[in-house]
Design a binder for this molecule. Structure first.
Ligand code: SF4
Ligand code: SF4
Length: 400
């Protein structure tokens, strides 16, 4: 049953075109766990949690028009993006904040011409670099360049098992075929890749076929992402699954992961960490790294706790879906924002949480999706709207 042992846990990294989509570097994970990093909470001497992962939107421009896009990205250039020298300065600051994995995301990160220079520079600073392109712009040459400059893994989003379903979701005819071609180029270049899939009502019934496709393609991992209805995704309305569907799909996921050796991960589905523990208890299986890989030792939502997002204009946020201004790297050095942001510090303290998540006994391993709480209920500290669990403390209170 042991999986996900060799990649770093991640939260909603989210490139605009591929939700939450980030590929995990393979080389173990920062903090050198197991041991020393339960629930993604390793801390530095001054009590600041260890930064494990940064999603950096190097450009917001994108050549696709995906239905769920948080950034509602378009192809034209966006004003205020960093030039190469300024971007290198930011990489220097990232390296000062710890030893995070750096996700080059977008928009479509490959639309930025200097991406190889930036990856190479970040790699030279000791940062592990991964990329989340949409795959349509890959060529044999760019795939080889990725390998050359030190990209450790690439994530590609596939939301349906065939051209019809995937193109419908992506909003561009031919997107599926282009992504398949891109994956072939990655394989030829010897680049490791993972597939990300956004869960919607529309593709719930296609999961087995999507997984089969991942196997056939030789993906290193398959990550499913629970939709956050924000940006263009806010119009998906009926596509957002309910709390009950959510419970079903995550229980299915728990069972399904036992049947394969591929790395599977439910991302931006914080209460999977609760469900895993409930089910493991029923099954009499200890929740250890040996049995459940990183799911056993990390927290569901790492936004502001081990992860953050930096926008194309330098705005720091808990994640790409949660547009909360936690400071701008053009005004305040990045390590200071990571340490001092008011929102990040709220996320690091259960007492700051409202509703169920504030009293839940699973809080330390879950914490609920802050972006869904904000988008659906306008309170970033509120309870996760798509969790049907009633914490023990609340049940006890009802009984009295
Ligand atoms: S109530 Fe909140 S913390 Fe508890 S399992 Fe649900 S989402 Fe997680
Ligand atoms: S707030 Fe939600 S979308 Fe953002 S990292 Fe946490 S779980 Fe993922």
């Amino acid at each position: 049953m042991s999986k996900n042992k060799d990649c770093f846990e991640h939260p909603g990294a989210t490139s605009a075109g591929h939700p939450g989509g980030h590929p995990h570097g393979k080389g173990g994970h920062p903090g050198g766990h197991p041991g020393g990093c339960p629930h993604g909470h390793s801390k530095s001497e001054d009590g600041t949690p260890e930064l494990r992962l940064i999603a950096w939107e190097i450009t917001r421009s994108c050549n696709l028009a995906c239905k769920h896009c948080r950034a509602e990205a378009h192809e034209e250039p966006y004003p205020g993006e960093f030039d190469t020298e300024e971007a290198k300065g930011l990489i220097d600051d990232f390296a000062k904040a710890g030893n995070p994995i750096l996700i080059f995301t977008g928009g479509e990160p490959m639309l930025r011409k200097d991406w190889p220079i930036l990856v190479e520079y970040a790699t030279s600073k000791g940062l592990r670099c991964v990329m989340s392109p949409n795959g349509t712009l890959l060529t044999p040459e760019t795939a080889a360049t990725m390998k050359e400059v030190g990209v450790q893994r690439v994530s590609i989003s596939i939301d349906g098992p065939d051209a019809e379903s995937h193109d419908e979701f992506r909003g561009v005819k031919g997107a599926f075929e282009a992504s398949m071609r891109g994956i072939e180029y990655l394989k030829q270049a010897g680049m490791e890749f993972q597939i990300n899939t956004t869960v919607t009502r529309g593709n719930l019934g296609m999961f087995k076929d999507i997984f089969k496709l991942c196997e056939e393609l030789g993906a290193a991992a398959w990550h499913i992402f629970l939709l956050v209805p924000t940006g263009r995704g806010a119009n998906l309305g009926a596509e957002v699954i309910t709390a009950e569907d959510y419970e079903d799909v995550l229980n299915w996921f728990y069972d399904f992961q036992k049947t394969t050796d591929m790395q599977l991960k439910a991302t931006c589905a914080p209460h999977y960490h609760r469900i895993l523990r409930q089910r493991a208890k029923e099954d009499g299986i200890p929740v250890t790294f040996e049995n459940f890989g990183l799911d056993a030792v990390s927290r569901g939502c790492l936004g502001g706790v081990g992860f953050c997002f930096v926008s194309h204009t330098g705005q720091v946020q808990p994640c790409g879906y949660l547009v909360k201004d936690c400071g701008n790297v053009r005004d305040t050095p990045f390590p200071e924002i990571w340490k001092n942001s008011k929102v990040f510090n709220q996320f690091r303290n259960q007492e700051e949480f409202d509703g169920k998540c504030g009293v839940c006994e699973y809080h330390k391993v879950c914490a609920g999706c802050r972006a869904r709480a904000f988008t659906m209920d306008n309170n970033h500290m509120g309870e996760e709207p798509l969790c049907s669990y009633i914490p023990v403390k609340m049940r006890n209170k009802e009984k009295k």
